[in-house]
Design a protein around this ligand. Structure first.
Ligand SMILES: CC(C)(COP(=O)(O)OP(=O)(O)OC[C@H]1O[C@@H](n2cnc3c(N)ncnc32)[C@H](O)[C@@H]1OP(=O)(O)O)[C@@H](O)C(=O)NCCC(=O)NCCS
Length: 176
């Protein structure tokens, strides 16, 4: 089935679709664990169209959609030249967002995104993939650990008015 999966860079025309999937997957993932007010504060501030367009325009960010049989199955945001608050990763690629739409979870799409990011990083002689995940997002942490990431630190994240604890996870790549 995944032979029909295509990971393609998000184009300028697709920004409205990117806004839609960013908001819907974020809401879906975290709404059960947070107040509606905090969720709306975060979405209005960080995931409005102007904010996403701004991120898309930055040369440090790349957005990719996963298309499965012409269905939008998920997306990821990759960021270059970023670092966690407390650790210095000068040679890494950040998986800044990775979200698979509900009906397409557990089909191997997340794994394909990791392989894709690894390939991009290696082409640019980067040595590690890293990311930040909410400590309470146990299923994502289990997924990342299965993909070879290890917890290497922690930092805070503010969702609306709520200060939350995140893990920093890293996966070393074999230098090319
Ligand atoms: C986490 C997420 C990206 C994983 O994507 P996915 O496409 O469902 O994962 P895959 O099908 O590629 O799974 C790869 C492996 O991880 C395992 N896995 C995936 N989700 C898992 C879960 N919830 N619990 C335990 N293992 C899980 C799979 O069983 C598979 O294991 P295998 O290689 O031994 O067969 C997806 O569940 C998601 O979008 N979650 C909500 C958003 C989110 O939390 N994003 C991360 C923010 S930091």
């Amino acid at each position: 089935m995944l032979s029909h999966l295509m990971i393609k860079k998000v184009t300028a025309d697709e920004i409205p679709l990117l806004v839609e999937i960013s908001q819907s997957t974020f809401y879906h993932t975290y709404q059960a664990f947070n107040t509606e007010q905090d969720m709306q504060l975060y979405l209005n501030k960080h995931m409005n169209e102007a904010a996403i367009r701004n991120e898309w325009n930055s040369p440090n960010n790349e957005f990719y959609f996963a298309w499965l049989n012409e269905n939008l199955a998920g997306y990821c945001k990759l960021s270059y030249h970023t670092q966690p608050d407390s650790l210095h990763f000068s040679n890494g690629l950040e998986i800044a967002r990775l979200y698979v739409n509900e009906p397409f979870k557990k089909l191997g799409i997340g794994k394909q995104f990791i392989a894709f990011a690894k390939n991009l990083a290696q082409q640019q002689n980067l040595e590690q993939l890293w990311l930040i995940a909410w400590q309470q997002n146990k299923s994502a942490i289990t997924f990342y650990q299965k993909m070879g990431f290890e917890i290497v630190g922690e930092q805070q994240f503010i969702l609306g008015n709520d200060v939350q604890n995140d893990w920093v996870l890293r996966k070393w790549l074999n230098a090319k």
